[in-house]
Design a protein around this ligand. Structure first.
Ligand code: UFG
Length: 335
């Protein structure tokens, strides 16, 4: 069966963003194949009819076997570590999982003649940008090991693509939020710290309150401003990237993924109140270390190059889907 379909290897396909990419690939008629070590991912997040390999991306024998057996033509590399404060405490883990393991994985792809890779990069590679919205050519000066570990992989990809018959697309994600509109996946990690996830947990009574980390930023209402992008629109960007890489094997791309406008923490909490028709218990707290005032994408490049047309560019829709998933998740956890 795999022979007559275009099979795409998805590392970290049991995780939050990876599982949405798997759904998007399936919906578009591709044949996704998942490798995930299930350290932070969930087996149930991968549909039953998607081939699943439990393992690590550095396992060369396993990658060779998957590529051959499943007829892999391209890869999406989501596997990695994503918690910024943890990266400050344990930089070795981040340089291992996000940098060293990516190098090995790319080497396995090259050896097995897989010629296209989409890489999960991050707005954290910019650090505290000098201009807003931030464009792809802004200086990249990460302020934490997480951002640096991803930036180093961007550098490797640039050099590797110049030397080999291989092209890549590095997508720099801004603040990913929401969940599959059909309720098939969502953010499931316990003890999450992301604003919209924490806010919907509080709205469902799973937390007593929600903290506002700082009200003295240089923003419209003093709280931090971010560019929240719906995870399904982000997954769609990966599909467009895949098509671009396969159609233009000489080209590589590095592109921001955001909507190009920001919402403050207070505006996000107002949206949660609107959607739930209730009032969150808000507690004003001090700033969190390393938080920039605002981080908003200049997204003109991805719009122009991929003709990316977001479907869910609406804060209330993002919150509605996050809330819907949170309800499904509590049923799963009770089952
Ligand atoms: N915030 C609160 N209260 C909370 C949680 C967050 O006020 O309980 C605030 C933060 O201070 C910040 C905003 O909400 O102003 C967003 O914070 P998140 O923790 O949701 O996200 P970050 O912007 O800190 O970081 C996210 C990802 C990173 C990624 C970065 C890139 O977690 O992995 O976006 O923009 F690198």
């Amino acid at each position: 069966m795999a022979q007559d379909k275009r099979s795409i290897l998805v590392t970290g396909g049991a995780g939050y963003i990876g599982s949405h990419a798997v759904l998007a690939l399936k919906d578009a008629g591709y044949n996704p194949v998942v490798i995930d070590n299930l350290v932070t991912g969930f087996r149930w997040a991968v549909p039953d009819d998607v081939p699943f390999y439990e393992g690590n991306v550095v396992d060369g024998a396993l990658i060779a076997q998957i590529v051959k057996h499943e007829n892999i033509v391209a890869a999406m590399h989501f596997a990695g570590s994503v918690v910024v404060p943890e990266s400050v405490e344990n930089p070795l883990k981040y340089y291992q999982n996000n940098t060293a393991n990516s190098r090995e994985f790319i080497e396995h792809l090259i050896h097995n003649n897989v010629r296209h890779l989409i890489f999960s990069s991050t707005a954290a590679t910019y650090g505290i940008p000098e201009q807003m919205p931030v464009a792809e050519d802004c200086p990249q000066i990460p302020i934490n090991p997480y951002g640096m570990s991803k930036l180093m992989t961007e550098y490797m990809l640039r050099d590797i693509s110049a030397a080999h018959d291989f092209n890549f697309c590095a997508l720099r994600y801004f603040n990913v939020a929401g969940a599959d509109p059909q309720g098939r996946s969502g953010q499931s990690t316990a003890g999450a710290t992301h604003l919209i996830k924490v806010a919907v947990e509080a709205a469902l009574g799973r937390r007593d309150s929600i903290g506002i980390f700082g009200t003295d930023f240089d923003t419209k209402d003093g709280s931090g401003v971010r560019d929240y992008i719906h995870v399904s629109d982000l997954a769609q960007a990966h599909l467009l990237a895949l098509q671009a890489l396969m159609n233009n094997p000489q080209n590589s791309y590095t592109l921001n993924c955001g909507y190009g406008h920001g919402f403050s923490v207070i505006e996000v909490l107002d949206a949660v109140d609107r959607v739930t028709n209730a009032k969150l218990n808000r507690v004003i707290q001090g700033r969190r270390a390393g938080d920039p005032d605002a981080l908003v994408a200049d997204n003109r490049a991805i719009m122009a190059q991929f003709n990316w047309t977001p479907q869910y560019n609406d804060l209330d829709i993002i919150v509605t889907h996050a809330l819907q998933w949170e309800r499904i998740l509590s049923q799963k956890n009770m089952a």
